[in-house]
Design a protein around this ligand. Sequence first.
Ligand code: MN
Ligand code: MN
Length: 298
Amino acid sequence: MSDDELERFRKAGKIAAKIREESKRLIMVGETLLDIADMVEQSIKDEGAKPAFPVNISINDIAAHYTPEFDSTALMEDGALVKIDLGIEVDGALSDTAYTVDLSGNNEKLVKASEEALENAIGSIKPGIAVGEVGGIIEETINKYGFKPISNLSGHMIKSNELHAGVEIPNIRTRDPYQFKEGDIFAVEPFATTGTGYVEDLEQVEIFSLYAPSNVRMRQSRKIVEHVIKNYGMLPFAERWVRKEFPSKLLVSAALKELLQNQFLRGYPILREVSRGLVSQAEHTILVTKNGCEVLTQ
Ligand code: MN
Ligand code: MN
Protein backbone atom coordinates (compact mmCIF):
# COMPACT_ATOMS: atom_id res chain seq x y z
CA MET A 1 0.00 0.00 0.00
CA SER A 2 1.32 3.46 -0.85
CA ASP A 3 1.90 6.05 1.88
CA ASP A 4 -0.90 8.16 0.40
CA GLU A 5 -3.34 5.28 0.55
CA LEU A 6 -2.35 4.53 4.14
CA GLU A 7 -2.87 8.18 5.07
CA ARG A 8 -6.39 7.99 3.61
CA PHE A 9 -7.14 4.90 5.70
CA ARG A 10 -5.84 6.70 8.80
CA LYS A 11 -8.04 9.68 7.96
CA ALA A 12 -11.11 7.46 7.40
CA GLY A 13 -10.38 5.84 10.78
CA LYS A 14 -10.00 9.17 12.62
CA ILE A 15 -13.25 10.56 11.19
CA ALA A 16 -15.09 7.35 12.12
CA ALA A 17 -13.80 7.58 15.69
CA LYS A 18 -14.88 11.21 16.00
CA ILE A 19 -18.38 10.58 14.60
CA ARG A 20 -18.77 7.45 16.75
CA GLU A 21 -17.98 9.36 19.93
CA GLU A 22 -20.18 12.33 18.97
CA SER A 23 -23.08 10.01 18.07
CA LYS A 24 -23.28 8.62 21.60
CA ARG A 25 -25.18 11.66 22.88
CA LEU A 26 -27.96 10.96 20.32
CA ILE A 27 -28.81 7.54 21.72
CA MET A 28 -31.61 8.59 24.04
CA VAL A 29 -35.08 7.27 24.82
CA GLY A 30 -37.70 9.09 22.74
CA GLU A 31 -35.35 10.14 19.94
CA THR A 32 -36.52 8.94 16.51
CA LEU A 33 -34.31 6.37 14.82
CA LEU A 34 -34.63 8.33 11.60
CA ASP A 35 -33.25 11.49 13.22
CA ILE A 36 -30.33 9.53 14.67
CA ALA A 37 -29.48 8.02 11.27
CA ASP A 38 -29.88 11.34 9.45
CA MET A 39 -27.77 13.22 11.99
CA VAL A 40 -24.95 10.67 11.96
CA GLU A 41 -24.88 10.53 8.16
CA GLN A 42 -25.04 14.34 7.91
CA SER A 43 -22.12 14.70 10.34
CA ILE A 44 -20.09 12.34 8.12
CA LYS A 45 -20.76 14.59 5.13
CA ASP A 46 -19.91 17.65 7.22
CA GLU A 47 -16.45 16.11 7.71
CA GLY A 48 -16.05 16.04 3.93
CA ALA A 49 -16.34 12.24 3.88
CA LYS A 50 -18.99 9.78 2.72
CA PRO A 51 -20.76 7.05 4.67
CA ALA A 52 -19.16 3.73 3.65
CA PHE A 53 -22.64 2.27 4.25
CA PRO A 54 -25.91 3.49 5.78
CA VAL A 55 -25.63 3.82 9.54
CA ASN A 56 -26.94 0.61 11.13
CA ILE A 57 -29.13 0.99 14.23
CA SER A 58 -29.77 -2.56 15.32
CA ILE A 59 -31.80 -3.08 18.50
CA ASN A 60 -32.12 -5.98 20.98
CA ASP A 61 -32.18 -9.31 19.06
CA ILE A 62 -31.40 -7.61 15.74
CA ALA A 63 -27.65 -8.07 15.22
CA ALA A 64 -27.06 -5.98 12.11
CA HIS A 65 -28.29 -4.41 8.86
CA TYR A 66 -31.24 -2.45 10.17
CA THR A 67 -31.35 1.16 9.04
CA PRO A 68 -34.54 3.22 9.32
CA GLU A 69 -37.09 3.22 6.53
CA PHE A 70 -37.66 6.52 4.67
CA ASP A 71 -40.94 7.13 6.52
CA SER A 72 -40.01 5.46 9.81
CA THR A 73 -41.56 6.97 12.92
CA ALA A 74 -39.96 4.46 15.31
CA LEU A 75 -38.65 5.87 18.56
CA MET A 76 -35.73 4.73 20.64
CA GLU A 77 -37.48 2.74 23.32
CA ASP A 78 -36.76 2.53 27.00
CA GLY A 79 -34.64 -0.52 27.81
CA ALA A 80 -33.28 -0.99 24.28
CA LEU A 81 -29.91 -2.61 23.64
CA VAL A 82 -28.65 -0.53 20.72
CA LYS A 83 -25.84 -1.28 18.28
CA ILE A 84 -24.64 1.68 16.23
CA ASP A 85 -22.43 0.62 13.32
CA LEU A 86 -20.95 3.22 10.97
CA GLY A 87 -18.36 3.44 8.24
CA ILE A 88 -16.45 6.19 6.47
CA GLU A 89 -15.10 6.45 2.95
CA VAL A 90 -12.26 8.84 2.06
CA ASP A 91 -11.30 8.55 -1.63
CA GLY A 92 -11.74 4.77 -1.60
CA ALA A 93 -10.22 4.18 1.84
CA LEU A 94 -12.74 2.69 4.27
CA SER A 95 -13.23 2.39 8.01
CA ASP A 96 -15.83 0.48 10.00
CA THR A 97 -16.63 0.86 13.71
CA ALA A 98 -19.45 -0.02 16.08
CA TYR A 99 -20.51 0.16 19.73
CA THR A 100 -23.38 -0.91 21.92
CA VAL A 101 -25.46 1.20 24.31
CA ASP A 102 -27.53 -0.46 27.02
CA LEU A 103 -30.50 1.77 27.83
CA SER A 104 -31.85 -0.76 30.36
CA GLY A 105 -28.90 -0.72 32.72
CA ASN A 106 -29.33 -4.51 33.04
CA ASN A 107 -27.11 -5.69 30.20
CA GLU A 108 -23.79 -4.21 31.21
CA LYS A 109 -22.10 -7.63 31.21
CA LEU A 110 -23.29 -8.42 27.70
CA VAL A 111 -21.90 -5.10 26.45
CA LYS A 112 -18.64 -5.71 28.29
CA ALA A 113 -18.33 -9.20 26.77
CA SER A 114 -18.10 -7.94 23.18
CA GLU A 115 -15.92 -4.97 24.21
CA GLU A 116 -13.44 -7.17 26.04
CA ALA A 117 -13.47 -9.72 23.20
CA LEU A 118 -12.56 -6.87 20.84
CA GLU A 119 -9.81 -5.69 23.16
CA ASN A 120 -8.35 -9.20 23.53
CA ALA A 121 -8.56 -9.87 19.79
CA ILE A 122 -6.76 -6.61 19.03
CA GLY A 123 -4.15 -7.45 21.68
CA SER A 124 -3.44 -10.75 19.93
CA ILE A 125 -3.28 -9.60 16.30
CA LYS A 126 0.23 -9.49 14.82
CA PRO A 127 1.88 -10.87 11.70
CA GLY A 128 1.86 -14.67 11.68
CA ILE A 129 -1.16 -15.29 13.93
CA ALA A 130 -4.01 -17.12 12.18
CA VAL A 131 -7.50 -15.61 11.93
CA GLY A 132 -8.99 -18.82 13.38
CA GLU A 133 -6.81 -18.40 16.46
CA VAL A 134 -8.09 -14.85 16.98
CA GLY A 135 -11.60 -16.28 16.62
CA GLY A 136 -10.76 -18.59 19.51
CA ILE A 137 -9.71 -15.65 21.68
CA ILE A 138 -13.02 -13.90 20.88
CA GLU A 139 -15.01 -17.05 21.68
CA GLU A 140 -13.23 -17.71 24.97
CA THR A 141 -13.62 -14.13 26.16
CA ILE A 142 -17.36 -14.10 25.44
CA ASN A 143 -17.85 -17.55 26.98
CA LYS A 144 -16.09 -16.39 30.14
CA TYR A 145 -18.91 -13.88 30.62
CA GLY A 146 -21.49 -16.63 30.24
CA PHE A 147 -22.60 -15.62 26.73
CA LYS A 148 -22.16 -17.01 23.22
CA PRO A 149 -20.41 -15.47 20.24
CA ILE A 150 -22.44 -15.27 17.03
CA SER A 151 -20.80 -17.94 14.93
CA ASN A 152 -22.12 -16.89 11.51
CA LEU A 153 -20.97 -13.28 11.75
CA SER A 154 -17.35 -12.29 11.36
CA GLY A 155 -14.78 -9.56 11.06
CA HIS A 156 -13.37 -8.94 7.60
CA MET A 157 -10.39 -7.77 5.62
CA ILE A 158 -10.78 -4.27 4.14
CA LYS A 159 -9.21 -3.01 0.93
CA SER A 160 -9.67 0.24 -0.95
CA ASN A 161 -13.24 0.34 -2.27
CA GLU A 162 -13.89 -3.11 -0.79
CA LEU A 163 -15.39 -3.34 2.68
CA HIS A 164 -15.56 -7.13 2.72
CA ALA A 165 -12.38 -8.15 0.93
CA GLY A 166 -12.56 -11.93 1.27
CA VAL A 167 -10.67 -12.99 4.40
CA GLU A 168 -12.81 -13.20 7.55
CA ILE A 169 -12.08 -13.21 11.27
CA PRO A 170 -14.51 -15.72 12.77
CA ASN A 171 -16.07 -15.15 16.19
CA ILE A 172 -15.27 -18.74 17.16
CA ARG A 173 -12.11 -20.87 17.08
CA THR A 174 -11.63 -22.39 13.61
CA ARG A 175 -8.79 -23.94 11.65
CA ASP A 176 -8.88 -21.08 9.17
CA PRO A 177 -5.17 -20.80 8.37
CA TYR A 178 -4.94 -17.26 6.96
CA GLN A 179 -2.18 -15.47 8.87
CA PHE A 180 -2.23 -11.71 9.39
CA LYS A 181 0.43 -9.86 7.39
CA GLU A 182 2.01 -6.48 7.99
CA GLY A 183 -0.05 -3.87 6.08
CA ASP A 184 -3.32 -5.82 6.21
CA ILE A 185 -6.38 -3.83 7.25
CA PHE A 186 -9.19 -5.61 9.05
CA ALA A 187 -12.44 -4.82 10.80
CA VAL A 188 -12.58 -6.81 14.04
CA GLU A 189 -16.15 -7.21 15.29
CA PRO A 190 -17.14 -9.64 18.03
CA PHE A 191 -20.86 -10.16 18.62
CA ALA A 192 -22.02 -11.60 21.96
CA THR A 193 -25.50 -12.90 22.66
CA THR A 194 -27.70 -14.31 25.41
CA GLY A 195 -29.13 -16.63 22.72
CA THR A 196 -27.81 -19.66 20.86
CA GLY A 197 -25.28 -17.70 18.81
CA TYR A 198 -26.63 -17.70 15.29
CA VAL A 199 -28.35 -15.09 13.11
CA GLU A 200 -30.90 -15.55 10.34
CA ASP A 201 -32.06 -13.29 7.52
CA LEU A 202 -35.36 -11.51 7.91
CA GLU A 203 -37.42 -10.69 4.84
CA GLN A 204 -37.02 -6.95 5.25
CA VAL A 205 -34.12 -5.41 3.30
CA GLU A 206 -33.21 -1.73 3.71
CA ILE A 207 -29.58 -1.85 2.53
CA PHE A 208 -28.42 -2.68 -1.00
CA SER A 209 -25.33 -2.46 -3.17
CA LEU A 210 -24.49 -2.88 -6.85
CA TYR A 211 -23.69 -6.47 -7.68
CA ALA A 212 -23.62 -7.43 -11.35
CA PRO A 213 -24.79 -5.29 -14.26
CA SER A 214 -27.47 -6.90 -16.39
CA ASN A 215 -30.43 -5.86 -18.51
CA VAL A 216 -32.99 -3.71 -16.79
CA ARG A 217 -36.50 -3.61 -18.19
CA MET A 218 -38.28 -0.99 -16.16
CA ARG A 219 -37.67 2.65 -16.96
CA GLN A 220 -37.74 3.56 -13.28
CA SER A 221 -35.14 0.89 -12.57
CA ARG A 222 -32.79 2.40 -15.15
CA LYS A 223 -33.09 5.82 -13.55
CA ILE A 224 -32.37 4.38 -10.14
CA VAL A 225 -29.39 2.45 -11.48
CA GLU A 226 -27.94 5.68 -12.88
CA HIS A 227 -28.49 7.42 -9.57
CA VAL A 228 -26.86 4.59 -7.62
CA ILE A 229 -23.81 4.34 -9.88
CA LYS A 230 -23.31 8.09 -9.82
CA ASN A 231 -23.78 8.61 -6.09
CA TYR A 232 -22.83 5.41 -4.28
CA GLY A 233 -20.69 3.45 -6.74
CA MET A 234 -20.08 0.01 -5.28
CA LEU A 235 -20.78 1.12 -1.69
CA PRO A 236 -23.92 -0.05 0.12
CA PHE A 237 -26.83 2.40 0.17
CA ALA A 238 -30.21 2.65 1.90
CA GLU A 239 -33.64 2.57 0.28
CA ARG A 240 -34.19 5.68 2.42
CA TRP A 241 -31.46 7.51 0.47
CA VAL A 242 -33.00 6.59 -2.89
CA ARG A 243 -36.44 7.73 -1.73
CA LYS A 244 -35.06 11.23 -1.14
CA GLU A 245 -34.44 11.45 -4.91
CA PHE A 246 -37.37 9.36 -6.11
CA PRO A 247 -40.25 10.05 -3.73
CA SER A 248 -42.66 7.39 -5.06
CA LYS A 249 -42.59 4.50 -2.60
CA LEU A 250 -44.31 2.17 -5.06
CA LEU A 251 -41.94 2.83 -7.93
CA VAL A 252 -38.80 2.64 -5.81
CA SER A 253 -39.78 -0.61 -4.15
CA ALA A 254 -40.82 -2.18 -7.48
CA ALA A 255 -37.54 -1.07 -9.05
CA LEU A 256 -35.42 -2.35 -6.17
CA LYS A 257 -37.30 -5.63 -6.32
CA GLU A 258 -36.59 -6.00 -10.03
CA LEU A 259 -32.93 -5.11 -9.52
CA LEU A 260 -32.62 -7.66 -6.71
CA GLN A 261 -34.35 -10.37 -8.74
CA ASN A 262 -32.05 -10.02 -11.72
CA GLN A 263 -29.04 -9.74 -9.39
CA PHE A 264 -28.18 -6.26 -10.48
CA LEU A 265 -28.23 -5.40 -6.79
CA ARG A 266 -27.51 -7.45 -3.76
CA GLY A 267 -29.55 -6.93 -0.62
CA TYR A 268 -28.40 -7.12 2.98
CA PRO A 269 -31.37 -8.57 4.87
CA ILE A 270 -31.85 -7.57 8.48
CA LEU A 271 -30.11 -10.16 10.67
CA ARG A 272 -31.87 -11.45 13.78
CA GLU A 273 -30.58 -13.83 16.43
CA VAL A 274 -32.46 -17.12 15.86
CA SER A 275 -33.45 -17.70 19.48
CA ARG A 276 -34.30 -14.00 19.88
CA GLY A 277 -31.41 -13.48 22.30
CA LEU A 278 -30.08 -10.00 22.99
CA VAL A 279 -27.01 -9.09 20.93
CA SER A 280 -24.07 -6.78 21.67
CA GLN A 281 -21.32 -5.76 19.24
CA ALA A 282 -18.03 -3.85 19.37
CA GLU A 283 -15.94 -3.06 16.30
CA HIS A 284 -12.72 -1.34 15.32
CA THR A 285 -10.72 -1.13 12.11
CA ILE A 286 -7.05 -2.06 12.55
CA LEU A 287 -3.83 -1.97 10.54
CA VAL A 288 -1.44 -4.88 11.09
CA THR A 289 2.02 -3.52 11.91
CA LYS A 290 5.45 -5.13 12.24
CA ASN A 291 4.88 -6.31 15.82
CA GLY A 292 1.17 -5.96 16.43
CA CYS A 293 -1.55 -3.69 15.15
CA GLU A 294 -2.61 -0.07 15.12
CA VAL A 295 -6.25 0.75 15.86
CA LEU A 296 -7.30 3.14 13.09
CA THR A 297 -10.72 3.96 14.57
CA GLN A 298 -9.44 5.00 17.98
MN1 MN B 1 -19.49 -2.42 11.03
MN1 MN C 1 -17.68 -4.67 9.71
